[in-house]
Ligand binder design. Structure first.
Ligand code: UDP
Ligand code: MN
Length: 277
């Protein structure tokens, strides 16, 4: 049973689900490619899209691929919390210096990820809507809460931080309530939103290999780490592959792979793609 405030368009098909989050049409576009990639990976788990009030026309392509859509609101955070995590306030106080966030990215929306702890599944693998599953990762359902990969895309120092684009979780209402109580405390500022919060909430997070959440900048910044054979989940952090952006030329093979998933045709076997020199 889902709690009040969450509404599903069909029952769950399994007690395990891949979950993503969509709060606007742009991320629905990303989610369609992600959902298709999960279907192509041959999973036995359910695929669930948590979404806020987005237009039905943006959800129809997700349902057509078999995804279960669960409507929710943003978290009931205070006005002070919302003001300090508003886009301009957050960018002003903790500027992004390594890459650009797209204009359709609203930092406050990220916190709605925490609603997955309210879902009616026993085990969840959360994946950002700007990612692709390139090889089956169903074994992650047998991993404990909380596993995530390090936020590696520039240097060894990156191993100190986790990336919240892929993680394992066990939905539980008491955990959700406890998270809300710790999230929205007077003066709280989570500079990288849910990511900073989750790293704080799970300080002893279990590390997944970087190949479970390979960040696109590794392609040009740490090419020796890139091996298509090993990459299970590819994550387009910062600029999105459906945007026109300044780094697009340097990321062309990755963008072409995303476009293949976003279309209806054949998708190449990523393991056969050419590694960077
Ligand atoms: N998201 C969303 N709407 C927003 C911001 C984020 O739906 O305005 C969701 C979406 O699933 C997205 C995830 O939250 O993939 C995290 O944001 P994003 O991937 O843009 O962050 P990045 O990976 O660049 O840090
Ligand atoms: Mn992302």
């Amino acid at each position: 049973m889902l709690p009040d405030g969450l509404a599903a368009d069909r029952p769950a098909r399994s007690d395990r689900a891949y979950v993503t989050l969509v709060t606007n049409a742009d991320y629905a576009r990303g989610a369609r490619a992600l959902v298709r990639s999960i279907v192509l990976s041959g999973t036995s788990a359910d695929i669930c899209v948590l979404h806020t009030d987005v237009a039905d026309r943006d959800l129809i392509p997700l349902r057509a691929l078999g995804a279960r859509c669960v409507r929710c609101d943003l978290l009931p955070t205070t006005a002070a919390f919302n003001a300090s995590h508003a886009r301009d306030a957050l960018h002003g106080r903790a500027a992004f210096t390594k890459g650009e966030k797209p204009p359709f990215h609203t930092p406050l929306d990220n916190f709605a990820k925490l609603r997955l702890w309210q879902l009616d599944y026993a085990r969840v693998v959360f994946i950002d809507a700007d990612a692709l599953v390139l090889q089956n990762v169903d074994k992650l359902f047998d991993y404990p809460q909380f596993c995530a990969a390090p936020n590696v895309y520039e240097s060894l120092a990156d191993f100190h931080r986790m990336n919240s684009g892929v993680f394992t979780a066990r939905p539980d209402r008491a955990t959700f309530a406890d998270m809300l109580a710790q999230l929205d405390v007077p003066g709280a500022f989570w500079r990288r939103t849910d990511q900073t919060f989750l790293q704080h909430y799970f300080p002893d997070w279990h590390g997944l290999p970087v190949f479970m959440n390979m960040l696109q900048y590794v392609w040009f910044a740490m090419p020796e780490l890139w091996r298509w054979q090993d990459i299970r989940i590819l994550h387009f952090q910062y600029e999105k592959p459906w945007q026109d952006h300044a780094k697009a030329d340097r990321l062309r093979p990755l963008i072409e792979l995303w476009q293949a998933h976003a279309g209806d045709g054949r998708v190449p076997d990523s393991r056969t793609l050419q590694d960077p020199a």
